[in-house]
Design a protein around this ligand. Structure first.
Ligand SMILES: [Zn+2]
Length: 319
Protein backbone atom coordinates (compact mmCIF):
# COMPACT_ATOMS: atom_id res chain seq x y z
CA UNK A 1 0.00 0.00 0.00
CA UNK A 2 1.25 3.48 -0.81
CA UNK A 3 -0.26 6.80 0.22
CA UNK A 4 0.85 10.14 1.64
CA UNK A 5 1.26 8.57 5.09
CA UNK A 6 3.48 5.66 4.12
CA UNK A 7 5.19 3.78 1.28
CA UNK A 8 5.81 0.04 1.32
CA UNK A 9 9.07 -1.51 0.10
CA UNK A 10 10.24 -5.13 -0.17
CA UNK A 11 10.98 -7.36 2.87
CA UNK A 12 8.25 -5.90 5.10
CA UNK A 13 9.88 -2.47 5.22
CA UNK A 14 7.71 0.65 5.21
CA UNK A 15 8.65 4.33 5.17
CA UNK A 16 6.22 6.36 7.30
CA UNK A 17 6.13 10.15 6.92
CA UNK A 18 6.31 11.54 10.49
CA UNK A 19 4.79 14.84 9.34
CA UNK A 20 7.64 16.84 10.89
CA UNK A 21 8.34 20.14 9.04
CA UNK A 22 6.96 19.19 5.60
CA UNK A 23 5.93 16.09 3.62
CA UNK A 24 8.88 13.92 2.61
CA UNK A 25 11.28 15.42 5.16
CA UNK A 26 11.37 13.13 8.19
CA UNK A 27 10.74 9.38 8.12
CA UNK A 28 10.13 6.62 10.57
CA UNK A 29 10.60 3.06 9.32
CA UNK A 30 8.49 0.09 10.21
CA UNK A 31 9.90 -3.40 9.88
CA UNK A 32 7.33 -6.21 9.93
CA UNK A 33 7.96 -9.92 10.49
CA UNK A 34 5.44 -12.54 11.64
CA UNK A 35 2.80 -9.86 12.20
CA UNK A 36 5.17 -8.27 14.72
CA UNK A 37 6.77 -4.88 14.19
CA UNK A 38 9.74 -2.66 15.00
CA UNK A 39 9.87 1.10 14.57
CA UNK A 40 13.21 2.57 13.51
CA UNK A 41 13.33 6.30 14.33
CA UNK A 42 10.07 7.86 15.36
CA UNK A 43 9.99 11.60 14.62
CA UNK A 44 8.72 13.93 17.33
CA UNK A 45 5.98 13.66 19.92
CA UNK A 46 3.59 15.16 17.34
CA UNK A 47 4.35 12.19 15.03
CA UNK A 48 3.01 9.50 17.37
CA UNK A 49 -0.62 9.42 16.04
CA UNK A 50 0.67 8.98 12.47
CA UNK A 51 2.98 6.15 13.50
CA UNK A 52 0.11 4.34 15.25
CA UNK A 53 -2.16 4.96 12.26
CA UNK A 54 0.30 3.22 9.95
CA UNK A 55 0.49 0.27 12.34
CA UNK A 56 -3.27 0.01 12.44
CA UNK A 57 -3.48 0.15 8.63
CA UNK A 58 -1.34 -2.99 8.62
CA UNK A 59 -3.56 -4.70 11.20
CA UNK A 60 -0.72 -5.11 13.64
CA UNK A 61 -1.86 -4.84 17.27
CA UNK A 62 0.09 -2.44 19.52
CA UNK A 63 0.97 -5.45 21.71
CA UNK A 64 2.99 -6.85 18.77
CA UNK A 65 5.48 -4.02 18.57
CA UNK A 66 8.61 -5.61 20.03
CA UNK A 67 11.10 -2.75 19.72
CA UNK A 68 11.39 0.96 19.15
CA UNK A 69 14.87 1.73 17.85
CA UNK A 70 16.32 5.25 17.70
CA UNK A 71 19.46 5.70 15.58
CA UNK A 72 20.50 8.66 17.76
CA UNK A 73 18.78 10.93 20.23
CA UNK A 74 18.31 14.05 18.08
CA UNK A 75 14.68 15.06 18.44
CA UNK A 76 13.63 14.61 14.81
CA UNK A 77 14.61 10.94 15.24
CA UNK A 78 13.86 10.15 18.86
CA UNK A 79 11.79 13.00 20.32
CA UNK A 80 8.56 11.01 20.11
CA UNK A 81 9.94 7.78 21.60
CA UNK A 82 8.69 8.39 25.15
CA UNK A 83 5.15 9.18 24.04
CA UNK A 84 5.11 6.28 21.57
CA UNK A 85 6.31 3.79 24.20
CA UNK A 86 3.28 4.68 26.34
CA UNK A 87 1.07 3.25 23.56
CA UNK A 88 3.14 0.07 23.09
CA UNK A 89 2.86 -2.16 26.17
CA UNK A 90 5.46 -4.75 25.17
CA UNK A 91 8.05 -2.67 23.35
CA UNK A 92 11.60 -2.06 24.48
CA UNK A 93 13.52 1.03 23.43
CA UNK A 94 16.90 0.29 21.84
CA UNK A 95 19.40 3.13 22.08
CA UNK A 96 23.13 3.85 21.79
CA UNK A 97 25.12 3.69 25.06
CA UNK A 98 25.83 7.44 24.84
CA UNK A 99 22.16 8.24 24.20
CA UNK A 100 20.44 6.17 26.90
CA UNK A 101 20.66 8.73 29.72
CA UNK A 102 19.06 11.36 27.47
CA UNK A 103 16.04 9.13 26.93
CA UNK A 104 15.68 8.50 30.68
CA UNK A 105 16.10 12.21 31.47
CA UNK A 106 15.69 14.46 28.42
CA UNK A 107 16.41 17.75 30.28
CA UNK A 108 19.86 18.35 28.75
CA UNK A 109 18.71 17.33 25.32
CA UNK A 110 15.84 19.81 25.45
CA UNK A 111 18.19 22.59 26.59
CA UNK A 112 20.54 21.73 23.69
CA UNK A 113 17.74 21.88 21.14
CA UNK A 114 16.46 25.19 22.52
CA UNK A 115 20.01 26.57 22.13
CA UNK A 116 19.95 25.63 18.43
CA UNK A 117 16.33 26.43 17.51
CA UNK A 118 15.10 28.93 20.13
CA UNK A 119 12.35 28.24 22.66
CA UNK A 120 9.32 29.22 20.57
CA UNK A 121 10.26 27.06 17.57
CA UNK A 122 11.21 24.24 19.90
CA UNK A 123 7.78 24.15 21.53
CA UNK A 124 5.91 24.36 18.23
CA UNK A 125 7.99 21.79 16.35
CA UNK A 126 8.84 19.25 19.03
CA UNK A 127 6.20 19.55 21.75
CA UNK A 128 6.67 17.75 25.02
CA UNK A 129 9.53 15.25 25.28
CA UNK A 130 8.37 12.33 27.45
CA UNK A 131 11.04 10.37 29.37
CA UNK A 132 11.34 6.59 28.97
CA UNK A 133 11.33 4.29 32.01
CA UNK A 134 14.83 2.94 32.63
CA UNK A 135 13.71 -0.70 32.76
CA UNK A 136 12.28 -0.49 29.22
CA UNK A 137 15.62 0.56 27.70
CA UNK A 138 18.03 -1.80 25.92
CA UNK A 139 21.52 -0.41 25.33
CA UNK A 140 23.06 -1.62 22.08
CA UNK A 141 26.86 -1.58 22.10
CA UNK A 142 28.83 -1.98 18.86
CA UNK A 143 27.97 -5.27 17.08
CA UNK A 144 25.02 -5.94 19.35
CA UNK A 145 22.50 -8.27 17.67
CA UNK A 146 18.78 -8.36 18.36
CA UNK A 147 16.75 -11.36 17.30
CA UNK A 148 13.54 -9.85 15.97
CA UNK A 149 11.20 -12.77 15.30
CA UNK A 150 14.09 -14.82 13.92
CA UNK A 151 15.35 -11.86 11.89
CA UNK A 152 18.75 -10.67 13.17
CA UNK A 153 19.32 -6.92 13.46
CA UNK A 154 22.94 -5.88 13.86
CA UNK A 155 23.90 -2.58 15.51
CA UNK A 156 27.06 -0.73 14.43
CA UNK A 157 28.50 2.20 16.33
CA UNK A 158 28.80 4.93 13.68
CA UNK A 159 30.16 8.29 14.88
CA UNK A 160 30.53 11.24 12.48
CA UNK A 161 27.14 12.93 12.70
CA UNK A 162 26.84 12.37 16.44
CA UNK A 163 28.70 10.25 18.97
CA UNK A 164 25.43 8.69 20.10
CA UNK A 165 24.62 7.31 16.64
CA UNK A 166 24.33 3.70 15.50
CA UNK A 167 23.15 2.18 12.23
CA UNK A 168 21.16 -1.05 12.01
CA UNK A 169 21.87 -3.77 9.46
CA UNK A 170 18.96 -6.00 8.48
CA UNK A 171 20.58 -9.14 7.09
CA UNK A 172 17.36 -10.38 5.47
CA UNK A 173 16.98 -7.38 3.16
CA UNK A 174 20.73 -6.59 3.06
CA UNK A 175 19.91 -3.03 4.00
CA UNK A 176 20.82 -0.46 6.62
CA UNK A 177 18.66 1.93 8.56
CA UNK A 178 21.05 4.84 8.60
CA UNK A 179 19.49 7.68 10.60
CA UNK A 180 21.62 10.67 9.59
CA UNK A 181 24.87 8.74 8.96
CA UNK A 182 24.29 8.14 5.26
CA UNK A 183 23.39 11.76 4.67
CA UNK A 184 20.24 13.41 3.43
CA UNK A 185 18.55 12.57 0.14
CA UNK A 186 15.13 14.03 -0.59
CA UNK A 187 12.94 12.11 -3.03
CA UNK A 188 11.52 15.33 -4.49
CA UNK A 189 15.02 16.11 -5.83
CA UNK A 190 15.35 12.72 -7.57
CA UNK A 191 15.86 12.85 -11.32
CA UNK A 192 15.89 10.03 -13.88
CA UNK A 193 19.66 10.47 -13.78
CA UNK A 194 20.26 9.98 -10.08
CA UNK A 195 19.50 10.79 -6.46
CA UNK A 196 20.91 13.91 -4.87
CA UNK A 197 22.64 13.24 -1.55
CA UNK A 198 24.81 15.21 0.88
CA UNK A 199 26.35 14.73 4.30
CA UNK A 200 24.78 16.30 7.35
CA UNK A 201 27.25 18.05 9.64
CA UNK A 202 24.65 19.34 12.11
CA UNK A 203 25.71 20.60 15.55
CA UNK A 204 27.33 19.66 17.87
CA UNK A 205 29.29 16.45 17.26
CA UNK A 206 30.18 16.54 13.55
CA UNK A 207 33.56 14.82 13.00
CA UNK A 208 34.74 14.43 9.39
CA UNK A 209 37.23 11.58 9.81
CA UNK A 210 34.89 9.34 11.83
CA UNK A 211 32.18 10.15 9.28
CA UNK A 212 34.35 8.86 6.42
CA UNK A 213 35.16 5.75 8.46
CA UNK A 214 31.52 5.11 9.35
CA UNK A 215 30.42 5.42 5.71
CA UNK A 216 33.13 2.93 4.72
CA UNK A 217 32.12 0.58 7.48
CA UNK A 218 28.51 0.51 6.25
CA UNK A 219 29.75 -0.13 2.71
CA UNK A 220 31.84 -3.11 3.88
CA UNK A 221 28.55 -5.01 4.40
CA UNK A 222 27.73 -4.51 0.71
CA UNK A 223 24.22 -3.23 1.39
CA UNK A 224 21.69 -3.14 -1.43
CA UNK A 225 19.48 -0.42 0.04
CA UNK A 226 19.76 2.29 2.61
CA UNK A 227 16.77 3.65 4.53
CA UNK A 228 17.40 7.27 5.46
CA UNK A 229 15.44 9.26 7.99
CA UNK A 230 15.69 12.16 5.50
CA UNK A 231 14.27 10.48 3.40
CA UNK A 232 13.32 6.87 2.72
CA UNK A 233 14.83 4.25 0.43
CA UNK A 234 17.90 4.77 -1.76
CA UNK A 235 19.67 2.28 -4.05
CA UNK A 236 23.00 2.64 -5.91
CA UNK A 237 24.62 2.64 -2.51
CA UNK A 238 28.30 2.58 -3.54
CA UNK A 239 27.86 5.51 -5.90
CA UNK A 240 25.99 7.55 -3.32
CA UNK A 241 28.71 6.77 -0.77
CA UNK A 242 31.29 8.35 -3.10
CA UNK A 243 29.17 11.47 -3.30
CA UNK A 244 28.81 11.55 0.46
CA UNK A 245 32.57 11.35 0.97
CA UNK A 246 32.97 14.22 -1.51
CA UNK A 247 30.38 16.32 0.26
CA UNK A 248 32.13 15.87 3.62
CA UNK A 249 35.45 16.96 2.11
CA UNK A 250 33.91 19.87 0.24
CA UNK A 251 32.15 21.24 3.31
CA UNK A 252 35.34 20.94 5.36
CA UNK A 253 37.32 22.78 2.64
CA UNK A 254 34.75 25.58 2.52
CA UNK A 255 34.91 25.93 6.30
CA UNK A 256 38.69 26.23 6.18
CA UNK A 257 38.49 28.83 3.43
CA UNK A 258 36.35 31.15 5.60
CA UNK A 259 38.32 30.55 8.80
CA UNK A 260 39.54 34.16 8.96
CA UNK A 261 36.32 35.88 7.92
CA UNK A 262 35.33 36.94 11.43
CA UNK A 263 31.68 37.91 11.90
CA UNK A 264 30.96 37.41 8.20
CA UNK A 265 31.90 33.74 8.38
CA UNK A 266 28.47 32.30 9.07
CA UNK A 267 26.76 33.99 6.13
CA UNK A 268 29.67 33.35 3.75
CA UNK A 269 29.82 29.68 4.65
CA UNK A 270 26.04 29.32 4.41
CA UNK A 271 26.07 30.87 0.92
CA UNK A 272 29.00 28.74 -0.22
CA UNK A 273 27.41 25.47 0.93
CA UNK A 274 24.11 26.46 -0.68
CA UNK A 275 25.84 27.29 -3.98
CA UNK A 276 27.74 24.02 -3.89
CA UNK A 277 24.58 21.96 -3.32
CA UNK A 278 22.61 23.88 -5.97
CA UNK A 279 25.36 23.20 -8.49
CA UNK A 280 25.26 19.47 -7.66
CA UNK A 281 21.50 19.50 -8.15
CA UNK A 282 21.82 21.37 -11.45
CA UNK A 283 24.16 18.69 -12.76
CA UNK A 284 21.46 16.07 -12.18
CA UNK A 285 18.99 18.02 -14.36
CA UNK A 286 16.54 18.51 -11.52
CA UNK A 287 13.25 19.91 -12.88
CA UNK A 288 12.55 22.06 -9.81
CA UNK A 289 13.32 25.79 -9.92
CA UNK A 290 16.39 27.09 -8.14
CA UNK A 291 14.11 28.95 -5.76
CA UNK A 292 12.26 25.74 -4.86
CA UNK A 293 15.55 23.94 -4.27
CA UNK A 294 16.82 26.77 -2.06
CA UNK A 295 13.69 26.56 0.04
CA UNK A 296 14.04 22.79 0.46
CA UNK A 297 17.72 23.00 1.41
CA UNK A 298 17.82 26.13 3.59
CA UNK A 299 17.12 24.50 6.99
CA UNK A 300 19.77 21.81 6.38
CA UNK A 301 22.33 24.30 5.09
CA UNK A 302 21.78 26.41 8.21
CA UNK A 303 22.31 23.40 10.49
CA UNK A 304 25.34 22.23 8.51
CA UNK A 305 26.86 25.71 8.73
CA UNK A 306 26.37 25.79 12.49
CA UNK A 307 27.81 22.29 12.85
CA UNK A 308 30.86 23.03 10.70
CA UNK A 309 31.60 26.26 12.60
CA UNK A 310 31.23 24.46 15.91
CA UNK A 311 33.54 21.66 14.77
CA UNK A 312 36.12 24.13 13.41
CA UNK A 313 36.21 26.30 16.55
CA UNK A 314 36.42 23.23 18.75
CA UNK A 315 39.27 21.65 16.79
CA UNK A 316 41.19 24.97 16.91
CA UNK A 317 40.81 25.18 20.68
CA UNK A 318 42.11 21.61 20.97
CA UNK A 319 45.27 22.35 18.98
ZN1 LIG B 1 17.87 14.13 11.48
Amino acid sequence: MNNTLFQDHAFGITTIDTGFMRPGFDASHLLVENNHAVYLDVGTTHSVPRLLEALQAKNIPVENVDYVIVTHVHLDHAGGAGKLMLALPNAQLVVHPRGARHKIDPTRLIAGAIAVYGEKTFKKDYGEVVPVAKERIVIAEDEHVIDFQGRPLLFLDTPGHARHHFCIFDERSKSFFTGDMFGISYRELDTPKDSFIFATSAPVQFEPLPMHDSINRLLSYQPEKMYLTHYGEVSNVAKLADKLHDSVDKQVLLTESFANSGDARHQLLFNAIMDYLLEEIRQLNCPLSEEACRKILAPDVELNTQGLEFWWDKSLSEK
